[in-house]
Design a protein around this ligand. Sequence first.
Ligand code: ATP
Ligand code: FE
Length: 355
Amino acid sequence: LTLLGIESSCDDTAAAVVRVGPQGAEILSSVVEGQMDLHRDFGGVVPEIAARAHAEKLDICVRAALDQAALGLGNLDAVAVTAGPGLIGGVLSGVMCAKGIAAGASLPLIGVNHLAGHALTPRLTDDVAFPYLMLLVSGGHCQFLLVRGAQDFTRLGGTIDDAPGEAFDKTARLLGLPQPGGPSVEAAAKSGNPKAHRFPRPLLDRDGCDMSFSGLKTAILRARDARVADAGGLTVQDQADFAASFQAAITDVLTEKTRRALTLYLQEAPAAPLLAVAGGVAANGAIRTGLELLCAHMGVAFSAPPLRLCTDNAAMIAYAGAALMADGVRHDMTLAARPRWPLDQNRPAMLGSGK
Ligand code: ATP
Ligand code: FE
């Protein structure tokens, strides 16, 4: 099966061609066009600007993906597109584009949940068996998913407010470090003292796998203002100490909550237990080391797809589309774009608290 994938749910426009056969999946092309420059002055993604940019770039990305794969529409077996969740204008642009191609080339259309795309990525690159535990941790998401099949996800918990990537970006802004905040905070933290400030570790005293990160930015704001009032500004060492202390707090919360999620997951008695991570924050060295040590301790394998597949891309959408197709899923011109679309909305909570 050869699928064209289309992704436009946030601030990246992406198209990819993926071939899936008995030997596994092969990415024939994967094109990602970012919009960072368009939104930089606004301090966040502006939905209207994003939707317009997607509408302009989708066509170019699809052409580039087909060219790089050296294929035409006639060589495709289906078109897969992110149908949600995300910024509705962007999702609509992608869905309309996919419908146009599917109708014009008489191809089946498959609507894919963006989160399912992330959650199935480990199987795109590696021979990973169900069930596995996925920690999706990015600029917009933070959740634990127990993945039992291409359409079988159970959410074990997640953030009740901000995503960690957002917290990294806001912290960078508060400290005067460049955007995106993840890489710049991580770099600054290298020369900082993680014990210089004791920032809160919210919800660690509470059962379950839910997390909260919004209190952290308030704590940093207060500590920064106190430091500025004392010393008249932040030195490079101050920045480093704030960054290191912030990163330590995030790492502590993520590793402890992952421990609980793994405990729940291991109740399933998987033959080859595995934790997979996805999302831009999974690139963070301190967080990754924390998770790797935890996994080694609990006898669980650790898998992190290459970064370009961890962040938003269309190869994961094409791959998830192929998995749905194998399950007999087909959509048509009535496929709707959905701003909200929880992965496990039809499943009852069946698991305990993971304490
Ligand atoms: P989503 O995929 O949830 O729609 P997104 O596109 O913002 O949201 P990603 O592209 O997966 O998310 O990741 C971007 C986020 O990852 C940013 O918030 C960025 O600061 C963060 N990030 C990138 N590198 C690092 C790093 N080394 N450490 C921590 N955070 C990082
Ligand atoms: Fe994403």
